[in-house]
Design a protein around this ligand. Structure first.
Ligand SMILES: Cc1ncc(C[n+]2csc(CCOP(=O)(O)OP(=O)(O)O)c2C)c(N)n1
Ligand SMILES: CC(=O)[C@@H](O)[C@H](O)COP(=O)(O)O
Ligand SMILES: [Mg+2]
Length: 646
C-alpha cells in the first residue's frame, strides 16, 4: 500500500512523520500523472501544488478551518488528501468534478472555476466566523499569480486590509504563469524577484532561519528582520505591506518544512497575512516542465511517458478563428486583438506572433479588456476581444455602457459558447445570448460551420458604428453546411420536398441558432419520416432577431427555435416577442437549455439529455404538435394565410 492509499482524510495526513512527507508527495505526483493522463485535466497546476496542499492540510484543520482554492482547478491534491481517490471518471458524468464540489466533500466549501474570487469568499467567511463567535476558526484563500491579476482579488485585499483584527490567511501560489507566463506590472515585479540571483540566496537564508528559530514569535521577528534587510530583493512585501497586510515569504513552495513553518506562523497571526509561496507549474513531470507554452495547464488524454496527446487532431472552431483573424490582421492594420490571459486557448497565438504590437494580454481582467477595447475603438482601432463565453458574464456592464452606449466598433468573439460540459456548471457558455439580447444596438452572430465563421467574422469587423459579437461552441467543427438559398438575410438550409406540397403551408419553421444547424437538419429528416414538412433556416445574425422571420413564419403552421443558450431570454424568446408584436398568434416551441446549472458530463451527453440533438428535436416537435392539435381549440393558427392543408 502506498502512503497515499492510506490517506482517507487530513487526520491521516497529520499522523504521518515529517520523513514520510516527501514519499507521500512522490506518490501523489505518480498518481496525478497516471490518472490525469487517462482522463485529461489540469495536470500542470496540480503538480505544482503538491507540497503546498500537504502543508496546508497539516497546519490547518479542514473542515473546521476553511480552505478556498481560487478558480479551483488546482484542487486535485486537496481532493486526494480529503479521501477522494477515484479519479477514473474525472470530469466525466458521475465522476469527480474537476473543481471543488460541495456534493463531493465537506472539505469543499466553495464551488468555483471563475478566477479571482477566493479573497472575497475568504473575507466573507472570516467575518461570518467572527460575528458568530467562531473566530478560532481559520480561513485560507489560496490564489495564483494569474488570478491575482483579476481586479476582484484586489477589491477584496483592499477591503481585508481595512480589518486588521480579522484573522485571514492569503497564500499566493506564485508559479509565474497563468496559462502562459503571467503578464503585467505585478507579474514583472514577481518575475524580477524570481530571476534575481540574490533570490536563491535569500530563500536559503529563509530556510535556515526558519529551521534555527526556536519558536513562532522569534521566527516571526527573524523574518521581519530579514525582510527589512533585503527589502530591495524581496520587494513584493512592499506591495502587500503598503496595503496594510502582513507579508511572510517568499517561501519555497516545494520545501515542506519551510512551508509548514511559515503557514504555522500565519495561522498564529491574529490578522490578515499574505504567505508568498514560489512554486513551479508541472513540477516533477518532464514533459510538463518542458512545455514552454503552457506547462500542461490543461491536457486531454496523454501518453504518461511522453506526455504526447492521444487525441486525433481535428479541425476545431478555435483553429478556424485563429486562421481567419490572422488573415484579417494582415489586411486591416487597424485590427488589434485582446485576450484575458488565454491567448492560446482562444486562438490568438498566431495573431500575436504575426502582429506582436497589435496583440494585448490584459491578464484575467475581462472587464478591463472590454473597456480598454472601447478606448481603443474610440481612438480609431477595431479591437477583437476573444474570450470564453462564460467569462463574458464578468463584463456585462462594460459591454452595455462602455461599448454599446458609445456605439463603438468592437468585436467580441465568444469561444466555448453553449454547453461545454466537462468543466461543470460554471463553465457552460449558456447565458451570453440572454445577456446580450438586452444590449441596445449590439448585434450577435452565430456561425453554423467553419465557412460561416470566416464570413461572419469578416462582416463583424466591417461594422463601424456598433459592437458585434460572434459565438461558437467548444470542440470539433463539423462539415460545412451550404445554404440552399438566402431569403431576406436568412439562410435557408432545408425545404420540404415537393411531395410535401410546396404550394401549401409547411408544418414547421425550424429556426436554428449557430452550431445547432446539423441537429436541426437531422431533425428535419426525421420529421419528414413522420409526415411533418419542415423548413430549416439559419438567421446567422441571431440578435436582434431579424424582422424578416415574420414573413417566413406566416407560411408555416408552427415555429420551433433551437439554441444552445438558456431558454430564459434566448433567441427563442426574442422570436416569440417578434411574432407577438407582429400580431401573429402562432404556436411556438423554444428548444434550449433549461434554466438550471447542468452537472459535469460531456457536451454530447448533456445536449442529448436536453433534447438538443436531431432525434431530441424531432421527438419534442412531434410530441408538441400532437399535443397542440389535441388541446388547441383553434387548431392551426387562423392568421396563417396558407393554412387549410389539414
Ligand atoms: C474570470 C476567469 N477568466 C479566465 C479564466 C481561465 N483561467 C483558468 S485558470 C487560468 C490561469 C490561472 O493562473 P493562476 O491563478 O496563476 O493559477 P495556476 O494555474 O498558475 O496555478 C485562467 C486564465 C478563469 N478561470 N476565470
Ligand atoms: C480553469 C479554467 O477556466 C480553464 O482552464 C478551463 O478549464 C479550460 O477549459 P478548456 O479545456 O475548454 O480549454
Ligand atoms: Mg500561476
Amino acid at each position: 500500500m502506498t502512503l497515499l492509499e492510506g490517506i482517507d482524510g487530513p487526520a491521516d495526513l497529520r499522523a504521518l512523520s515529517e520523513q514520510d512527507l516527501p514519499h507521500l508527495a512522490a506518490d501523489i505526483r505518480r498518481f496525478l500523472i497516471s490518472e490525469v493522463a487517462k482522463t485529461g485535466g489540469h495536470l500542470g497546476p496540480n503538480l505544482g501544488v503538491v507540497e503546498l496542499t500537504i502543508a496546508l492540510h497539516r497546519v490547518f484543520d479542514s473542515p473546521r478551518d476553511t480552505i478556498v482554492f481560487d478558480t479551483g482547478h488546482q484542487s486535485y491534491v486537496h481532493k486526494l488528501l480529503t479521501g477522494r481517490h477515484d479519479f477514473s471518471r474525472l470530469k466525466a458524468k458521475g465522476g469527480l468534478s474537476g473543481y471543488p464540489s460541495r456534493a463531493e466533500s465537506e472539505h469543499d466549501v466553495v464551488e468555483n472555476s471563475h478566477a479571482s474570487t477566493a479573497t472575497s469568499w475568504a473575507a466573507g467567511i472570516a467575518r461570518a466566523n467572527t460575528l458568530s463567535g467562531r473566530s478560532h476558526r481559520r480561513v485560507v484563500a489560496v490564489i495564483g499569480d494569474g488570478a491575482l491579476t483579476g481586479g476582484m482579488a484586489w477589491e477584496a485585499l483592499n477591503n481585508i486590509a481595512a480589518d486588521p483584527g480579522q484573522p485571514l490567511v492569503i497564500v499566493v501560489n506564485d508559479n509565474g504563469r497563468s496559462y502562459s507566463p503571467t503578464i503585467g506590472g505585478l507579474a514583472d515585479h514577481l518575475a524580477a524577484l524570481r530571476t534575481n540571483p540574490r533570490y536563491e540566496a535569500a530563500l536559503e537564508w529563509g530556510r535556515r532561519a526558519l529551521r534555527r528559530a526556536p519558536g513562532g514569535e522569534t521566527l516571526f521577528r527573524a523574518l521581519h528582520a530579514a525582510k527589512e534587510g533585503v527589502k530591495d530583493v524581496l520587494a513584493p512585501q512592499v506591495l502587500f505591506a503598503d496595503l496594510g497586510l502582513k507579508y511572510l515569504g517568499p517561501v519555497d513552495g516545494h520545501d515542506l518544512p519551510a512551508l509548514q513553518e511559515t503557514l504555522r506562523l500565519a495561522h498564529g497571526y491574529g490578522g490578515p497575512v499574505v504567505v508568498h509561496a514560489i512554486t513551479a507549474k508541472g513540477r516533477g513531470y518532464g514533459p510538463a516542465e518542458a512545455d514552454e507554452a503552457e506547462q500542461f495547464h490543461v491536457v486531454g488524454p496523454i501518453d504518461p511517458v511522453t506526455g504526447r496527446s492521444l487525441k486525433a487532431s481535428v479541425l476545431d472552431w478555435t483553429s478556424v478563428f485563429a486562421e481567419e483573424v490572422t488573415a484579417l490582421g494582415a489586411r486591416r492594420r487597424d485590427l488589434v486583438t485582446i485576450s484575458a490571459a488565454m491567448r492560446g486557448p482562444v486562438g490568438l497565438d498566431r495573431f500575436a506572433e504575426a502582429f506582436p504590437t497589435r496583440f494585448f494580454d490584459v491578464g484575467i481582467a475581462e472587464q478591463h479588456a472590454v473597456t480598454m477595447a472601447a478606448g481603443m475603438a474610440m481612438g480609431g482601432l477595431h479591437p477583437v476581444i476573444a474570450l470564453y463565453a462564460t467569462f463574458l458574464n464578468r463584463a456585462y456592464d462594460q459591454v452595455l455602457l462602455d461599448l454599446a452606449l458609445h456605439r463603438l466598433p468592437v468585436t467580441i468573439v465568444l469561444d466555448r459558447a453553449g454547453i461545454t460540459g466537462s468543466d461543470g456548471p460554471s463553465h457552460n457558455g449558456m447565458w451570453d445570448l440572454s445577456m446580450l439580447g438586452t444590449v441596445p444596438g449590439l448585434r450577435v452572430a452565430a456561425p453554423r460551420d467553419a465557412a460561416t465563421l470566416r464570413v461572419l467574422l469578416g462582416e463583424a469587423i466591417e461594422v463601424d458604428d456598433a459592437p458585434t459579437v460572434l459565438r461558437y461552441p467548444k470542440g470539433t467543427v463539423g462539415a460545412d453546411i451550404p445554404a440552399l438559398d438566402r431569403v431576406d438575410g436568412l439562410d435557408v438550409l432545408h425545404r420540404p420536398t415537393p411531395t410535401d406540397g410546396e404550394d401549401h403551408a409547411t408544418d414547421v419553421l425550424l429556426i436554428s441558432v449557430g452550431a445547432m444547424a446539423a441537429a436541426c437538419l437531422a431533425a428535419a429528416e426525421l420529421l419528414h419520416g413522420h409526415g411533418i414538412s419542415t423548413t430549416v433556416i439559419d438567421p446567422r445574425w441571431v440578435l436582434p432577431v431579424p424582422a424578416s422571420i415574420t414573413a417566413l413564419a406566416v407560411r408555416h403552421r408552427h415555429v420551433v427555435t433551437v439554441e444552445d443558450n438558456s431558454r430564459a431570454g434566448g433567441v427563442g424568446q426574442a422570436v416569440s416577442g417578434l411574432l407577438r408584436e407582429a400580431g401573429l398568434d402562432m404556436p411556438l416551441l423554444n428548444l434550449a437549455i433549461p434554466r438550471c446549472f447542468p452537472e459535469h458530463a460531456s457536451r454530447n451527453e448533456l445536449l442529448a439529455e436536453m433534447g438538443l440533438t436531431g432525434p431530441g428535436i424531432a421527438r419534442a416537435t412531434t410530441g408538441w404538435i400532437s399535443h397542440h392539435n389535441t388541446t388547441s381549440a383553434i387548431g392551426y393558427p387562423t392568421t396563417n394565410p396558407m393554412s387549410g392543408r389539414r
